[in-house]
Design a protein. Structure first.
Length: 225
């Protein structure tokens, strides 16, 4: 049996719902070329998946805030046209959220991706129907931290019972953002973060597969078959 269950689940998008690695890294490569930087190792750019883009350009390429903002605009040129559609829903994820929804759980998306893009991604994947609300960042990168997005999601959905609400994500930003809002966090290992990253950030639970999330809805492992 699981020691704690939840009624409301907030989900990260990239690395938790969809594998967006090709679209995001292609778009980062496109942006970096504007500055004479050629990256050929796609895995080196996986660190861009999840955190705000301006933060990543500054952290990994020492871009000034102004240059990072310009790089984000270049990134979006490619992403809006092609990268946004280079995605794959993780195996077992749709069955998992379908089961949660059918059993009365409230499902919300909380992503650092701009909300307008998040809605397009979920519509394209056919998953928007499962979520009561899709919360994301603004295009101007306001509400750009995961903590700010989670706060916005909680307020928009009028979620007050935080002890019965959990954030689900694959990176430390998801855990940290959850903690700043008084929420527990389920870290997932099938995305782009490591067990060490999630444990060091303070994840309350860690799962290997989407279907493992179900035990935090029912108190025991549940099959979707």
């Amino acid at each position: 049996m699981c020691d704690k269950t939840y009624d409301t689940f907030l989900f990260d998008l990239d690395g938790t719902i969809v594998d967006s690695s090709v679209g995001i890294t292609d778009s980062v490569m496109y942006a970096l070329k504007r500055y004479g930087i050629v990256e050929t190792d796609r895995t080196k750019l996986y660190s861009f998946i999840g955190p705000p883009l301006t933060e990543s350009f500054g952290k990994y390429y020492s871009f000034s805030p102004e240059r990072a903002a310009e790089a984000v605009e270049a990134y979006r040129e490619h992403y809006q046209e092609k990268g946004i559609y280079e995605i794959e829903v993780y195996e077992g994820f749709e069955d998992t959220i379908k089961h949660l929804k059918e059993n009365g759980k409230k499902l919300v998306v909380a992503t650092s991706k701009p909300e307008v893009f998040a809605r397009k991604v979920l519509d394209y994947c056919g998953l928007a129907q499962y979520f009561g609300y899709i919360a994301g960042a603004e295009l101007d990168e306001s509400r750009g931290t995961k903590a700010a997005v989670i706060e916005y999601a909680l307020a928009s959905c009028r979620i007050r019972h935080k002890s019965r609400t959990v954030m689900v994500g694959d990176r430390e930003h998801d855990v940290i953002g959850a903690k700043k809002n008084g929420l527990d966090c389920i870290g997932v290992l099938y995305g782009f973060g490591s067990r060490k990253e999630l444990e060091d950030a303070g994840a309350d639970h860690i799962v290997s597969r989407p279907e493992d999330i179900l035990k935090y809805a029912h108190g025991a492992a549940v099959t979707t078959e």
